[in-house]
Design a protein around this ligand. Structure first.
Ligand SMILES: NC(=O)c1ccc[n+]([C@@H]2O[C@H](COP(=O)([O-])OP(=O)(O)OC[C@H]3O[C@@H](n4cnc5c(N)ncnc54)[C@H](O)[C@@H]3O)[C@@H](O)[C@H]2O)c1
Length: 264
């Protein structure tokens, strides 16, 4: 899919990866870019950087709230008539393991997983009716591998990939394209003040460079979007010999454990 002339929604559009995607889509000639986020001031800042290049619309939306996601879709359909690409990108990080409180597990589950389900539920009917549409869901390399130091992030990002696979299998023959974005460390508010820890071992990517990878992947309509190509090698090692891979990850854990314990 080329983004030129398309109507595109981006959640988490106020900051980091989402903001960069909004800016790149606008620069590449999207007909409309809707930036949605809980952070209204951030949405306004994104809007001011895109509105010269596209029909920009900023909407406040908590992606963990199904009614808010429904509204986001219906307002966009009312304003622009269709949604060609929905980027379900908003997400959060929570450090820790099984001891993390139920409330915090539920919060990250709602934001990192249910948001994708709410988005699909709201946007698919109009896409299926038209026989075309594209869902780009942001997961993480942590969803293919693991996140040393964070069980909630590992688990929710795995679930996000599971749902994206399922969408592609179920709707792929009805004109719906699905991609899942799985970066390692990207320089955003989420990684601010650090080097990305384990996720930063292969370097910290600038969000603008990630946006270039996304444009290429959308062009090829490929499912798996890997801004850090090393991730494919790690995936292959994991499937080739799971126990050996776990041993390697334990060595990484030992190396980084002190840092993560200090942060908890
Ligand atoms: N930065 C990285 O290293 C990295 C790596 C892999 C995956 N990711 C994923 O990329 C996505 C974007 O993260 P980022 O790095 O740009 O971080 P970021 O913190 O810069 O941006 C995330 C945005 O999501 C918004 N948000 C949070 N909760 C929300 C909610 N309930 N409803 C609506 N908006 C909400 C925040 O206000 C923020 O604007 C996330 O899903 C994240 O897990 C990031």
């Amino acid at each position: 899919m080329e983004v030129k002339d398309k109507v595109i929604v981006v959640t988490g559009g106020a900051s980091g990866i989402g903001k960069s995607l909004c800016e790149r889509f606008a620069m590449d000639g999207a007909h409309a870019v809707v930036a949605a986020d809980i952070d209204t001031a951030g949405v306004n800042s994104t809007l001011s950087s895109i509105e010269n290049n596209t029909n920009g619309l900023g909407l406040q939306c908590d992606v963990a709230n199904e009614d808010a996601v429904k509204d986001l879709v219906s307002v966009t359909l009312r304003e622009f008539g269709r949604i060609d690409l929905f980027c379900s990108n908003a997400g959060i990080f929570t450090a820790g393991g099984e001891e993390v409180s139920n409330d915090r597990w539920k919060n990250i589950w709602d934001i990192n997983v249910m948001s994708h389900i709410f988005a699909a539920r709201a946007v698919l009917p109009s896409m299926l009716e038209r026989g075309e549409g594209y869902l780009l869901n942001t997961s993480s390399a942590a969803g293919l591998l693991s996140q040393v130091g964070s069980a909630p992030y590992s688990v929710t990002k795995h679930a996000a990939i599971g749902f994206a696979e399922w969408l592609s299998i179920t709707y792929g023959n009805r004109g719906i394209k699905v991609s899942v974005l799985c970066p390692q460390a990207v320089r955003t508010a989420m990684t601010a003040g650090g080097d990305g820890g384990v996720a930063g071992l292969d370097g910290m990517l600038e969000p603008e460079d990630l946006a270039t990878t996304v444009i290429e992947a959308l062009g090829n309509e490929q499912f798996l979007v890997l801004p850090h190509p090393e991730v494919l090698t790690y995936m292959r090692r994991k499937t080739d010999d799971y126990d050996r891979w776990l041993g390697g990850m334990r060595r990484l854990y030992d190396k980084f454990a002190e840092i993560y314990k200090r942060r908890q």
